[in-house]
Each structure stands twice: as C-alpha cells, then as structure tokens.
Ligand binder design. Structure first.
Ligand SMILES: Cc1cc2nc3c(=O)[nH]c(=O)nc-3n(C[C@H](O)[C@H](O)[C@H](O)COP(=O)(O)OP(=O)(O)OC[C@H]3O[C@@H](n4cnc5c(N)ncnc54)[C@H](O)[C@@H]3O)c2cc1C
Length: 421
C-alpha cells in the first residue's frame, strides 16, 4: 500500500499529534486520510499552548521550534522573530495549525480502546461507542495528570485549592496566592496573578526554594560531548563538575545524545539520577527567557513575590482562606493555593487505562510513560514484542528516552514515525 492511501489515526491533537500530522503529510499521506482525535476545540494547543496570556513565553529559542527539522528557521520566519528570541507561547499553536492546513479530519472525540486485527489493521473505539478501522495509529496523549502532593492525599477537595492550573479554567481572583512549587508552572501562574492588580502578591514554597535558571541574553555554543564521555552516572557527574560555571553549554551539549545516554544508564542509575540530580537538572535544562527572569527578580525585589524553601506538612481550609503549615511550624495564609509541581507520568485517559487493563502494553521504565521501542517508535506489549502499526511519541516515551517533552525531540520522533510508515 502506498503512503498516500494509508489511513492513520492520531490520538491527541496537542503539539505532538499536530506535528505528527504535519510529518505524515510531508511523507506523502493524504491529509484526508489522517484523523486526529482530540476533544479540544483547537488543534496544536494541548496543555502547553492553550494559554491566552501574553506573559506566558516559550522557553525554547524560536530557532529551535520549527515543526520541521529540515527547515530549522521555519517558526522564527513565521513569527518574524530572531532565531534567538523567546516568543509568546500562545503563538505556537497558531503556527502549528497554519502549517497543518485544513485537510485533516479533526474528530472531537476521546479514543477509548484500540484492538489490533489479524489483517494488520487497528480497530479504534471512540467514547460515543463508534468504531473505525485504521492502517496505523499514533499515540500522542501527552503529559499525565497534575501531581498531588502527599500533604493533600486524603484531604477533601476545596474550591480554594487549584489542583490543576492547566485545566482550562482561569485563575480565580484573589489578593494573596499561595503556590506550592517554584518551577516553570509557578512562573506562569505568578506572572498572570501579579499582572491583574498592583496589590496582588504571591507566596511560593517548595522543598528547595529554587527558581528555574535563566537563558543567557545571547546564544551560547553548546559543548560537543560523545556518548562515551557520559554513559554512566559517575561520568555524567564528572562532565558537569569539569564544566563548572559553563553548565549551560554542558546541558545543551547533551541534547543530541540525551536519549542514548539515558538508555546506557542502568535502572539504578536512572533512579538515582532522578532522586539526587533531578531537581538541579530540570532547573538548568528547562530555563526561562532572560527578560522573564528579570521580571521575576524585580517582583521579588518589590516584595510581591516571596519564595521560600520548606516542607509543607498540612494544608487547611478555614474561613475562606488556605493555611499552609511548614515543618518548622510557620503557617502561611492565602486566598487560594495553586499546585505548581508539574505533572505525573501517571496517564489517566480512558485509552491508556484500557490498553493497560487489556494487557496490550505496560508502563515505561520507572513508571514513566508507556513501554515504547524508541528505535522504531512502536508500542511494546508487556512481553517486549512490538504491536505492529501502533506508535507513540512525546512524553509517552519519557521512561525510555527521558527528555521527550520539548519540541526539538518531538518533531524528530514524528518525522521518524512518518518515515517508517
Ligand atoms: C505549561 C507548559 C509549557 C511548556 N513550554 C514549552 C516550550 O516553551 N517549549 C517546548 O519545547 N516545550 C514546552 N513544553 C513541553 C510540552 O510538553 C511539549 O512541547 C508538548 O506541548 C507536549 O505535547 P503533547 O501533544 O505530547 O501533549 P499535550 O499537550 O498534553 O496534549 C495531549 C492531547 O491529547 C489529548 N488526549 C489525551 N488522551 C486522549 C484520548 N484518549 N483521546 C483523544 N485525545 C486525547 C488531550 O486532550 C491533549 O490535548 C511545555 C509544557 C507545559 C506543560
């Protein structure tokens, strides 16, 4: 069968699903033979690019965000921006939709199950119980659900505790917002809240009390390590120790070999890396734009943002306020509490649950994402054999590939799937 007559289902129409459709069309699949199942109204948005707030910025330079690897400056040219610039995040989904065009079928449905048939096709079931057969399916269900910290386990739900700041609802009006977590999500939430009223303030608490690092004001030249320089945790730590103050060059230099490096680590090394080096890694790897960092620094200096480290032991809602008590006995009070600790790899969409329940696949290493053969992109059964014609990309590959969430990795995976189809 030629590519053009293949009928492909993409499950999830966030950035991963949309970039996959763009890649398939470039590989010769007819747009009318591509179905993207995505309950959201607009393709390309997903979690990251649904924001309408101009203060929320991309954390990757424009020159690295093209949807197509062979056209590296495509996004920068579209945005009419320098390659080394950090544009508004809301622009990105518009870019993806314009690139995609109108030819693909956007089905505003949730896929609930997949059944490979003996003819080599895959039967998809949708939430409305309709069924349709496809030659291939690409899973792009994205990041998991918002993480809930231990101190809230078992606590009753409260409208004053925002568990998922990306659930599509605007932040509530408030004067003092408590944030648990001081990473990238916190930066977005704090900027939105503070822009509403000069009297608003934010109190942010996390274990380390560290904010994300900043990008340099001008482009840097990443180091060029080989895999043998970093193929064990001990070597990786030495690589960073030698880099010293040039840690940005060291982190960025790992990008081309990140997946191979992660796969060369033993599962004990992966676990140890996440436990002991993870927090510093994420802070340095996912950096904020320099002018966003300046703005946050100015808000801290003005006393509108207070950042502290500490272990929260209790969150209590009383008299229309949230009281957060730390291990050291201090209690901080706010009108709302926003959880800003990122997302779990615990996927809870009905398709993932059914695939796992039906024994068609299993969780990826360390419970991250799904079990995927990263060399082919094919989903793996629990016994390690691959399911023909069912692929997965993006955060679903985090267990095997680790850093599998940013656009440069996603587009590479999408084009490799399109090529193998
Ligand atoms: C706030 C935020 C900011 C970010 N900023 C950047 C950045 O600046 N640069 C960068 O490179 N990366 C950034 N990232 C990383 C980001 O995760 C990726 O760039 C990318 O958006 C991941 O997209 P995705 O499509 O895989 O997942 P998602 O965005 O999570 O989209 C998955 C989609 O699948 C749909 N879905 C799920 N289950 C089903 C089902 N069963 N049936 C049908 N549809 C389903 C959901 O409705 C959802 O729309 C950011 C991430 C976040 C959360």
């Amino acid at each position: 069968m030629s590519n053009s007559s293949k009928k492909v289902l993409i499950v999830g129409g966030g950035a991963s699903g949309t970039i996959t459709a763009i890649a398939l069309i470039r590989a010769g699949v007819l747009p009318e033979n591509i179905v993207i199942a995505e309950p959201r109204e607009l393709l390309g948005e997903g979690l990251a690019y649904q924001t309408r707030d101009e203060l929320h910025r991309l954390n990757v330079p424009s020159g690295r965000l093209s949807a197509v690897e062979e056209l590296p400056d495509d996004f920068a040219l579209w945005a009419d921006a320098p390659s080394y610039s950090f544009m508004e995040r809301r622009m990105y989904s518009t870019y993806l939709r314009e690139h995609l065009g109108n030819g693909v079928r956007h089905l505003r449905e949730i896929v609930t199950d997949l059944e490979p048939s003996s003819s080599g096709k895959v039967l998809a079931t949708f939430e409305d119980h309709s069924k349709e057969e496809f030659d291939a399916v690409v899973l792009a269900m994205g990041l998991g659900k918002a993480r809930v910290p231990n101190f809230l386990h078992g606590a009753p739900d409260s409208p004053l505790i925002i568990k998922d700041v990306w659930d599509g609802n605007p932040l509530p009006e408030a004067r003092t917002l408590l944030c648990f977590g001081t990473g990238l999500t916190f930066i977005d939430v704090a900027l939105t809240h503070l822009a509403r009223n000069p009297q608003n303030r934010v109190i942010a608490i996390s274990g380390s009390g560290n904010l994300p690092e900043r990008h340099e004001r001008s482009q840097i030249s990443p180091f060029t390590p080989t895999l043998s320089d970093v193929n064990s945790l001990e070597k990786l730590r030495r690589y960073f120790a030698e880099a010293g103050e040039s840690w940005r060059e060291a982190v960025d230099g790992l990008r081309p070999i990140m997946e191979s490096m992660w796969r060369s680590f033993s599962s004990e090394e992966r676990e140890e890396f996440l436990r002991t080096d993870g927090s510093v890694w994420f802070r340095r790897r996912h950096r904020i734009a320099p002018d966003v960092a300046d703005r946050v620094d100015a808000e801290i200096a003005a006393g509108r943002i207070t950042v502290m480290s500490g272990k929260v032991v209790e969150a209590l809602v009383s008299q229309n306020q949230v009281h957060l008590t730390l291990e050291d006995g201090h209690t901080h009070v706010g009108d709302y509490l926003a959880l800003c600790i990122g997302r779990d790899y615990e996927l809870s969409d009905p398709l993932t649950l059914n695939l796992l329940k039906g024994g068609k696949t299993s969780r990826g290493p360390l419970g991250m994402g799904l079990h995927v053969d990263v060399s082919t992109g094919l989903l793996l059964k629990p016994d390690g054999t691959s399911l023909s014609n069912i692929f997965a990309l993006g955060p679903l590959r985090s267990g095997e590939a680790f850093e599998s969430t940013a656009i440069p990795e996603i587009r590479k995976q999408a084009f490799s799937i399109a090529k193998s189809l």
